[in-house]
Design a protein around this ligand. Sequence first.
Ligand code: SF4
Length: 362
Amino acid sequence: MKFIDEFRNSTVGQRLAVRIKERNTRPVNLMEVCGTHTVAIFKHGIRQLLPKKVNMLSGPGCPVCVTPNSDIDKAIALAQNPSVILVTFGDMMKVPGSYSSLHQVKAAGADIRVVYSVLDALRIAKDNPRKSVVFFGVGFETTAPTTASAILEAERLGIDNFFFLCVHKLIPPAMRALLNSDEVHIDGFICPGHVSTIIGSQPYEFIPREYGMPCVIAGFEPLDILQAIDMLLEQLSAEEPRVVIQYRRAVRKDGNPIALKYLSTVFEVTDACWRGIGTIPKSGLKLGQQYQRFDAECAFKIVSRPPKEAAGCRCGDILRGASTPNECSLFAKACAPEHPVGPCMVSTEGTCSAWYLYGSKE
Ligand code: SF4
């Protein structure tokens, strides 16, 4: 299959693995920011191909995982309002909030619908004019343009029963927060491929400029990832950090101008709270003044109890790259995909879930 088979060629993969071994002269920590990369690295056995001195760290690029309990609790409170139909993506259903999950409140009778596209939520609003339909919008720069387009479409159609609980987040400010914290030593970033199709490479330029650190925007097939690691090691040995696009079949330097236009039309940048990291300046999106009538937090009085974390869960540490799942005492015991304790075990992009499915359970 075009763009897949040639990126899974084992002969080329072995050659790249040899080159990586030859280039690697010292211990390095490379962070894959994106959860889809984490899963691909485990699924394709990339770790086993790397020299021991190349340590892969997983970052905060799983949107479900970084959504804090306080936001999940708000969605649950909205879902419990009998006049509301809450609409969201499937991954959010099983994520535990402080006291419950959307899955549990749906089982108790709340009207919660799972959709594949925000436009399905718009259709539900059109079909249910007597109900308030609230879309729980989670995700990074990749999904935020679709939320923006749905808001513009709802405005065009004059739909007045459609609202958004928007917790969209921006990846580059989270990378800056990790670099500023000094908690984890990072030598280079594998930047997210999907996010970069929207934002391009420019928003990462501060990383080599201010932190002297290389970045490679990578695709998701095994050869993409191996080549990205090779490119990072090449930059490290040459001491010439810059932002390189490995995923050239999808990412352009300036990103996707149409999607960016949607974002800037509908949203304003705001501070946002990330699980495990806390509030990161200018790392979230809120509805701009002109679109505030769609904001569920303005339209409804949302009452939820103070948020709390599940005892023993180390998702926060894992999202900062400060711990690995096997350092959590609940991993593969009290916490497993069938009975997750934290979001990193729920999401298909979660680090704990990737370790559980493809890695060691020790
Ligand atoms: Fe949280 Fe479960 Fe991961 Fe532990 S194994 S950090 S409880 S999700």
